[in-house]
Ligand binder design. Sequence first.
Ligand code: GTP
Length: 598
Amino acid sequence: IDRRYIRNFSIVAHIDHGKSTLADRLIQLTGTVAERDMKEQLLDAMDIERERGITIKANTVRIDYPAQDGHTYILNLIDTPGHVDFSYEVSRSMQAVEGSLLVVDATQGVEAQTLANVYQAIDADHEIVPVLNKIDLPAADIDRVAEQIEDVIGIDATDAIQISAKTGVGIPDVLEAIVQRLPPPPEGDAEKPLKAMLVDSKYDPYLGVVVIVRVIDGVLKKGQRIRMMKTGGTYDIDRVGVYRPAMKDVDELGPGEIGYITASIKQVRDTRVGDTITTEKKGCETPLPGFKPSVPVVFCGLFPVDSAQFDDLRDAIEKLALNDASFTYEVESSAALGFGLRCGFLGLLHLEVIRDRIEREYDIELITTAPSVVYHLYMKDGEMRELSNPADMPDPSHVDRIEEPRIKATILVPDDYLGEVLKLCQDRRGIQQDLTYAGSRAMVVYDLPLNEVVFDFYDRLKSVTKGYASFDYEITGYREDRLVKMSILVNDEPVDALSVMVHRDRAEQRGRAMCEKLKELIPRHMFKIPIQAAIGGKVIARETLSALRKDVTAKCYGGDVTRKKKLLEKQKAGKKKMRQFGRVEIPQEAFISALKMD
Ligand code: GTP
């Protein structure tokens, strides 16, 4: 295929600005899918993705487009995950294409994820075509949003295309712009040794692992024996094809082309995003630059509410791991919660997605312990240890210093809420780095400790700004701070699943808040229960849950039989969600609620 008639591109947009709807329209208008097969959001294959409206795997589709110049072009769209947790995956997808459509909702304007994603596109040297979407809505303010694109992002928006992905207005212009304004792939050499980028992969129960590839040099063909340069695995290619968006086999994929291969690869773990694929014999010498193994940054414990379900939990996570190589898990045993799994994720959203899937698809109710980041402990003997579970914190007298991961957070917010946002960031130990305005919106950049963000920062941000703020972050590095482990004792027993790492200056405040919350959440027992927060052996906060008085129970047992039955049933259902700690029962929700910082 003549590379001059290929265009590879991605669509970058903030969530809900219309990326999927536009992709659907492009596919539909070019007749790639017969009208009767059209369903919403063709590219978001997984149910969970469709439901939550987020994409966590890259998808691709090949579209044939007869352009006004009389030639038929092949347009390859890569749909990338749009979320910060998957920024490395996004960067690889961006490397695999030469241009981007920048979609901005004309009623909303530029948001934090628009920025994060467009910077990725700029880093990948993309040609960028701005597209203003939702012009069918009366609230669309085309001039203002075009100006914002110029002011905030710094790209020319004079030729921004005005469209409605919903009604179809302007879609033909988008197709022409892809052909005319985006560059073809750079010249590759089909005669050279094979060099292809592994863009993403997913597990298919019938085909095994399906790998999305972008060919740089050489040709990919059925029957070839290939080698993954980073992981070293070798495989025989079974199928080569393209998504239209259904899988369709082709004879070969040459330089500049994007498609898929299958090669009896058993697990997604053997295929690493960003790896270079070459032939086993006479392969290329240097791999593509920029490969990074994905490293989990947020850890938490997952425990079944019903401890008899531990084996089910392990089966579920093993199945999920088939399709996702980026999370880690190992068996953990907690004095408080019994057997569970300690899992590592790329970020909070990633954690939520996996947890939801276990609960929903495998029907296992979970207790999730406080998410923790990875701390670097520099021991007095010179050793550096990574700590991802506060329960494993060694004796502090052996620790010289503790470093924690920091992030650069970018928040876009309407003026009116700026004060609230600054306060929130300040409360979370943030250091302001930048504050600029674009019209009536402010863009603030903060340096924040990741551990202050992993828990409920995003929820708080949304609530103090009534949902008007958008947020994005990247990890910038590690820095020392005065961090300590705080334990929680219920009825004088430490509950390991509730220990957290906190900044020393905030420990009293956090400890008090946690004890107060627990006091509300733990039902009263027949005896008095002390709830304490402690650092080392020193108690820094304390609440007491008073004993249940006799006449309160008496009330329940009087009256009519149905009411009593109902109460008993309720109690039983409640019991299932409780865990016994020594003599005290703690409800499941307490583990998460206790950590919320209101
Ligand atoms: P994520 O997949 O969540 O990242 O969102 P997205 O950017 O793909 O947005 P999506 O295409 O799902 O659109 C978000 C919402 O906006 C949907 O309810 C669409 O129906 C609606 N929408 C998209 N384009 C238009 C448009 O041109 N006009 C109007 N009125 N609504 C639109």
